[in-house]
Design a protein around this ligand. Structure first.
Ligand code: NAP
Length: 517
């Protein structure tokens, strides 16, 4: 029988006991690994990370930790092929794997250089100028930021086993807070290998990084007021963790990135034949098919002016016909598999809900032609394009976490604003238009509902990083349904791991703290 996947706790690799739960290859259905944390002392691991890891990290300063982060990113970059190979077992094509793996170490690199540039020496940040609190100027107030003395428990979704880990690890490491990574079981073997590469680099002090490969019963019970939980995953799990005593009674700092019905808006100026029309179609197909649509930022709602609906639908169908679904790595394949058969069933069920109010324009949820694979054992699914009308409710409520998007009409900015808001808060939105007046009006309406908005036109397209790509320098997170968190966003993500304290006293007191490690 295949062994259970190791966890990395208390500075050593350890396997959970028993048979564990099998994790299947997304393409062949073979058992890749088993996950179990039975018999592992998770509370001891929290104590080890908090004491040994936290202390060792704080012995270093911000810039030394930035140097370590850069080294970790380089170690992962050097062995990226190993991670691509494993990612193929989770259904990812080479270009999907790059989004996760290269996107992951790229994010760590950016954080490392932001840390070097923007953080001071030592371990204390003085946030502001002295604020006079008395007439004579002998008594002032100033805010300082210092590393929390706890651990950052980082719970990740299955779709980005490398990037999802690194975008949370990077700010915690810079801040001097030890990390315990808990990947989703379905792709934990990819995260485990990335952690192994980082451990083998020998750059991290003992206790700075731990990994739990499997369920985490009781872990939150071990957390207190200096600890943090960063969660990415479904809204249902976010809600249950948010209501845990650790959060509600002991004030563990909690952020969530949950699901999101992201939208892309085509401007009325972007008629067929304009560059913006083509950009819109291309971006939508990209978002539907990269990682087989299993991206938290993928476009689920495609808003198109009512009079342009047919033209856009035709162009999308023509483009989707060129997508070749099949085994990652096989000749000609442009879209891989979903992460597993269970996920495919889930997507089919959500599509069935959408179809109660939407017509299917492209694809068949029940069968797809597969290159070099078998769709009974592999989790292959056709891209699915739907179209719904003004009164449809489901497209604004149902997230089908796969290659699925729904075309929706709008008449004017007011109509559009109301429909965008029905998504109840999103991570990412796009406006594709070359009409600045339209863009301005739409941005003002969309911004309160979004963490990030891409405005795409003929002038910025060549350098655009795309709708679906979070940037470490910019906010990644969104209001409401998207979880209400802000996972990335430059140094604010680092500050999230620091305690902000007002120091009152004589002028210059705060600066003297900076001279201490
Ligand atoms: P999920 O079932 O909620 O699982 C997410 C993570 O939570 C996994 O690591 C899971 O571990 C863990 N978990 C589940 N129950 C837990 C508990 N009681 N205590 C502690 N951890 C627990 O979500 P998913 O199916 O993996 O991810 C898909 C969803 O994530 C989609 O809805 C997608 O929109 C969202 N997502 C959002 C973002 C974003 O940045 N906002 C990014 C990616 C995905 P196990 O796997 O071991 O159960």
């Amino acid at each position: 029988m295949v062994d259970t996947l190791p966890s990395y706790l208390n500075g050593v690799w350890a396997r959970g006991s028993g048979d564990g739960v099998p994790v299947l290859d997304a393409v062949t259905g073979d058992v890749v690994t088993r996950v179990s944390t039975d018999g592992l002392a998770l509370a001891d691991a929290v104590a080890h990370a908090r004491t040994v890891g936290g202390w060792a990290l704080r012995e270093l300063g911000f810039s030394e930790r930035a140097g370590i982060l850069k080294g970790l990113a380089a170690a992962l970059a050097e062995r990226k092929q190993e991670l691509y190979d494993l990612s193929a077992r989770a259904g990812s094509t080479r270009s999907d794997a790059k989004v996760d793996v290269d996107g992951g170490f790229g994010t760590a690199m950016v954080y490392a250089s932001m840390g070097r540039r923007e953080l001071p020496e030592g371990n204390v940040i003085v946030e502001d100028e002295p604020i006079p609190l008395g007439r004579e100027g002998t008594f002032v107030g100033q805010h300082v930021l210092t590393s929390r003395r706890g651990v950052a428990v980082q719970i990740n979704a299955f779709n980005f086993p490398v990037w999802g880990m690194l975008e949370k690890l990077a700010p915690a490491l810079l801040a001097g807070v030890p990390t315990i990574v808990k990947p989703a079981s379905q792709t934990a073997y990819v995260t485990e290998h990335a952690v192994r590469i980082m451990v083998e680099s020998a750059l991290l002090p003992d206790g700075a990084l731990s990994l739990v490969s499997g369920p985490v019963p009781g872990l939150l019970d071990a957390l207190g007021g200096q600890d943090l939980v960063g969660f990415t995953g479904s809204a249902a799990t976010a809600a249950s963790l948010r209501s845990h005593d650790a959060v509600t009674r002991r004030s563990v700092r909690f952020t969530a990135e949950a699901d999101s019905l992201n939208c892309s808006v085509l401007g009325p100026d972007a008629v067929s034949g304009t560059p913006e029309f083509d950009l819109y179609v291309e971006a939508l197909v990209t978002e539907m098919t990269v990682k087989a649509g299993q991206k938290c930022t993928a476009i689920r709602r495609a808003f198109v002016p009512r009079q342009q609906q047919d033209e856009v639908a035709d162009a999308l169908v023509a483009r989707l016909q060129k997508i070749v679904v099949g085994a990652p790595g096989a000749d000609g394949v442009t879209m891989g598999a979903l992460v597993g058969l269970g996920q495919r069933e889930d997507v089919r069920a959500q599509v069935a809900r959408l179809r109660t109010e939407a017509e299917l324009l492209f694809g068949n949820p029940d069968s797809v032609e597969v290159t070099a694979g078998d769709d009974t054992r592999g989790a292959f699914l056709s891209p699915l394009l739907l179209r719904a009308g003004d009164d449809a409710v489901a497209p604004h409520e149902v997230e089908a976490f796969g290659p699925v998007s729904t075309l929706l009409p709008y008449d004017d900015v007011a109509d559009l604003a109301g429909k965008v808001a029905r998504g109840q808060g999103s991570l990412a939105g796009s406006v594709v238009s070359h009409d600045l007046d339209f863009v301005r009006d739409v941005l003002v309406e969309m911004a309160p509902h979004h963490g990030r908005i891409l405005v795409l036109d003929r002038d910025d397209a060549a350098e655009s990083t795309g709708h679906g790509t979070p940037m470490p320098q910019l906010v990644h997170g969104g209001p409401g349904r998207a979880g209400g968190g802000e996972e990335e966003g430059g140094m604010r993500a680092v500050h999230h791991h620091l305690q902000r304290t007002a120091i009152q006293g004589a002028p210059g007191l705060a600066e003297t703290l900076m001279q201490r490690k």
